[in-house]
Design a protein around this ligand. Sequence first.
Ligand SMILES: [Zn+2]
Ligand SMILES: [Zn+2]
Length: 340
Amino acid sequence: MNVLLAILPDSVTVLTAASDVHNATWHDFSRFLDAGKGSLVSGMSELKNYFHRFGYLPNSNFTDFFDTEFESALTLYQSKLSLPVTGKLDTDTISAIISPRCGVSDMSQHTALHATRHFAYFYGKPRWARPSPVSLTYAFSPNHMVSYLNPSDVRDIFHRAFSRWSAVIPVNFTETDDYASADIKIGFYRGDHGDGEPFDGVLGVLGHAFSPENGRFHLDAAESWAIDFKTDKSKVAIDLESVATHEIGHVLGLAHASVKEAVMYPSLSPRTKKVDLKIDDVEGVQALYGSNPNFKFGSLQSENSHNQAVSLKSRSSSKWSILLTLTTTLVLLLGLNLAT
Ligand SMILES: [Zn+2]
Ligand SMILES: [Zn+2]
């Protein structure tokens, strides 16, 4: 449970600190709790819009009636996010809906066929089609950064995030000052920023990146981006390195995974750091690009039989880099103004 949620037996309320939040006050989701097929709840149409944005409902002209189609969408969502599959708006599901997440649609992708694997690719399985080892450049937008972050800290964070991926695949990433020609273009944007996927203010959607070989990598400038939680005490602080690592996965061609521990899982709670690639992430990206010859699965530090952190003790963190393929679509706006 993240710090923004307080769940009581018969109500689900999002609590946010007024000093941290500019546009999101608090949303009362209690009216939806345990709603199931046949329910008619005011505001349900906005929840349906949320499911539409992330790929679970095909059309967008919604009523407040909990119909069969919405039940199917909910079941699919619960399955995709590894929640208990109840077909109802239970507390686990509402908590997931409230949780901050990536803007990339959960459905713009193929799911791996192997029952034991949970990574996914975008339609057409796009990748950076260059001779191996692939060399990609990245640059920060000269005009779209956030002033409270130290530029050298940001550069260090992205260097580490790219290195995690280049440690496992034969792709190397090099920062360049030439933004116009860079393969991967990184910037912080507010609201509608021209790509059809507007950001939504504090929390909700945190960022999005496009599939290969697009290279656009966008972060929501409205977030309280954190370099270090020891010095950043905001209740809604979002770890920049965690989101950067996730979005690089999209740049390379990975879509969302259903393994909660995986970097490619779509949501990330505030004040949470999740930067170590798991087996699911590694297997997915290696199926696109092959393995970095210096990488050994044996170097994965065991956590359990299915989810293991990747040790980044690769000898060549800068030599090999990754291919990032980014993905497309993103969606967003968790600004469900349901608390009217
Ligand atoms: Zn994502
Ligand atoms: Zn964008």
